[in-house]
Write a protein that binds this ligand. Sequence first.
Ligand code: 1AL
Length: 395
Amino acid sequence: MTVHLSEKKGNVLPDFLHLNDLGCESVGGKVLFATDDFFAPAENLLKKQRPAYHADLFTEFGKWRDGWETRRKRIPGHDWCLIQLGVPGTIYGFEADTSYFAGNCAPQISIQAACLKPEEVPALLARGNRIGTAASDEELRIVKEMRSDEWTSLVPISKIKSGNLEAARNYFVATSKQKWTHLRLNIYPDGGIARLKVYGTMQREWPLSGLNHLSDLVAMVNGGVCVGYSDAQLGHPGNILGPGRAKSMKDGWETSRSLQRPPILKLGDKGILLVPGSEWAVFRLGHSGVITHIEIDTSHFKGNFPDTFKLEACILSTEEENEYNAQKWTLKQGPKWNTLVPATKLKPHTRHFFDGTAIKMLDVFTHVKLTFAPDGGVSRMRLWGFPRALPDMRK
Ligand SMILES: NC(=O)NC(NC(N)=O)C(=O)[O-]
């Protein structure tokens, strides 16, 4: 079942927005095929940054648009594209962002999904720069073999609206709990969409044989997810769980400048900064486990790295997580956090590593809380450890 949230009264944002964007180009999402890329290529749908607009910018094909925009159809049918998720997983919701598409926005969309094995995905012709083109007969022949008309419908044909800022974001809930690898985005009959965000989580299978291998328990590809945070103004904390190294500040978690930051910062006895302001984010591990090695990477944050960080952990059930989440983690009776790494200074543009000797508790946990002071940005957090079952009492 799907719900088009923009039809709901009120302006409540959907819960799924804190999940990872499984289709984003920064986690390896790719467009495999599009029926038409005439005005602007479908690859723009998967860009991480917010859509841009340049009033005076025209290409030889028309007005430059930061999104996917097809020709006005003069033949029957509709346009569609195939997206390979960067991280296959369970999808909880979509955001179709139509920013700056006014007068040329696709009026309706639908989204279908499939879970395909690598051998079921034909090698499509290289996409390259597709502006000014439509799919070739050869490409159409190849995609027909994928029988993508028969995929599972996650969003039925639904109207979308164009507008500015929040009004341009069309949200859809997806309730299927299956794992998906590919999406087919249909627009009816043609037009443009700026971005498609695919909110979900990876469901990794943890084979028993792997239990003694170190895994990054919080990595997005292993099912880690951010479940709450104090500030995501300049970059979402979920970014720091992304695959590989961050390419720029854009791939990290960056808070706004803290309003509580005092003009003169004080050092405590141990050289640790004493500041009233701090920023925090809570993450659910992909599997409960014992964290034995930690990396906090401030790469690319040179004039805006946090002065100090600390890392804590706890065990939470799904119900407890939902309750704290519903209260935005502000309940006085919050989780009992255990210190893994106490307040520790950070350096600019540096990977900081901590092994078992620096980690205060080698117990099984389900959630961690990264706090930094007073504000700033971090590009990656890696929490290597061993997946372990929870103690019986908490199962
Ligand atoms: N001004 C426009 O945006 N026109 C057309 N689109 C582009 N990108 O030029 C169109 O009508 O679809």
